[in-house]
Design a protein around this ligand. Structure first.
Ligand SMILES: Cc1ncc(COP(=O)(O)O)c(C=O)c1O
Length: 380
């Protein structure tokens, strides 16, 4: 089992300097939440339905959109809807938030890690090709930081083996691939609306799928296996025939989400402007590689700006001495005992002590990006 090099730095507070993350609270959020608190529904109610309908229209999602209490819930539902069963082998990214892979353990499936592409930190197509076999039941991919994976290549492999693809788009709301929105490419796509995502509901998530007929099952699994619509019509004698969960979004969360949807285009444009500014400032700085393959098929959702550097801890200490926060944020999943992984991952090894996430959020200015880049340009 691999252990990442230790370089933990304590978190900074907002008044200490430029923090790594900050929630984006949309202007109308307080008003919409207060309206909700004055009404009958604070749990799952009409605002959840409205949020799902608006989300589907705004992000041109071809399939049903089922919101949840978290992105992790949404992934668990996606895995269940994809028919993943105990013992099934699923090819998953090595480098991601543990939330991508833990729900497979809920099911008793066997996640098998695919090495990273060091240019993008997405999964490596070469390693995917090496590991895919007749045993593989599904492919899971993560659009790291908001940069879409190589979807044409992943799709071709999935079609060849006749298995579904589940996209973990927790970082990538607003990204496109070959002109298509995420959610329109694979059988299943999941989003996260956790506190610091481009769109937040406090905590929340959503799963969308191309097969419309799965919608009733998805909605039942989200709520104990009960048909909630029937129940609200006053039909209380419904049976439960499958194990369901309590995974619904609340109207309080949806109220924040609805406010976020209204200003999402501006939020995304601003995040992209910050991202582009980093790229312009750093693209020619020696000793810094930007994590992005700049593939014209991919439109980045600018959740994270990540670089590869030598002597990362020194770089972080230099940034911190100028009151700038930075971190690894995500870690290779083979470091976690729970996955019981003994394979080796040469590409991940090659960047494990190099990747570094820099601040990117709507409380930052373009000038602050410049000042961060100036510190990096000085060297460390
Ligand atoms: C790649 C990835 N997948 C899944 C999740 C889980 O989402 P949530 O925190 O909404 O449960 C996260 C967390 O933010 C994530 O970064």
């Amino acid at each position: 089992m691999a252990r990442a090099p230790k370089n933990d730095l304590p978190m900074m507070s907002t008044d200490e300097g430029i923090v790594l993350f900050h929630p984006h609270m949309p202007k109308k959020a307080k008003q919409y939440v207060c309206d909700t608190l004055d009404g009958r529904w604070i749990g799952q109610g009409p605002k959840v339905d409205l949020f799902e309908a608006r989300f589907r229209a705004q992000f041109q999602q071809p399939g049903p959109c089922v919101s949840t209490g978290s992105g992790t819930d949404a992934l668990h539902l996606a895995y269940l809807l994809a028919g993943i069963k105990p013992g099934d082998e699923v090819l998953v990214p090595l480098f991601t938030c543990t939330a991508t892979n833990i729900p497979l353990l809920y099911i008793g499936a066997k996640p098998r890690f695919v090495d990273v592409d060091p240019r993008t930190l997405n999964l490596s197509i070469e390693d995917l090709k090496r590991k895919i076999s007749d045993r593989t039941r599904a492919i899971v991919c993560v659009h790291y930081g908001g940069l879409p994976c190589d979807m044409a290549e992943i799709r071709a492999l999935a079609d060849q083996y006749r298995i579904p693809v589940i996209e973990d788009a927790a970082h990538a709301l607003g990204a496109t691939y070959d002109g298509k929105p995420l959610g329109a490419i694979s059988e299943f796509t999941m989003y996260s609306f956790q506190a610091i995502k481009q769109l937040t509901t406090g905590d929340g998530g959503l799963v969308t799928f191309l097969d419309e007929s799965l919608a009733p099952l998805a909605r039942r699994l989200r709520w104990f296996g009960i048909d909630r619509t029937d129940k609200q019509k006053g039909i209380w004698d419904n049976d439960i025939t499958e194990v369901g969960y309590k995974y619904q979004m609340t109207d309080i969360g949806a109220a924040i989400g609805l406010a976020g949807l209204e200003e999402f285009d501006q939020t995304l444009a601003y995040r992209r402007a910050l991202y582009r500014r980093y790229v312009e400032n750093l693209k020619k700085v020696s000793g810094i590689a930007i994590v992005n393959d700049f593939d014209p098929r991919k439109e980045h959702a600018a959740w994270l700006f990540t670089i590869l550097v030598e002597s990362r801890l020194e770089c972080q200490l230099k940034l911190r001495s100028r009151r700038i926060e930075s971190a690894q944020t995500h870690f290779r999943n083979d470091r976690y005992t729970v996955f019981g992984c003994n394979e080796t991952f040469p590409a991940m090894d090659s960047i494990d002590d190099k990747y570094l996430v820099l601040p990117l959020h709507t409380r930052m200015s373009l000038e602050q990006v410049d000042s961060i880049c100036e510190v990096l340009q000085e060297g460390w």
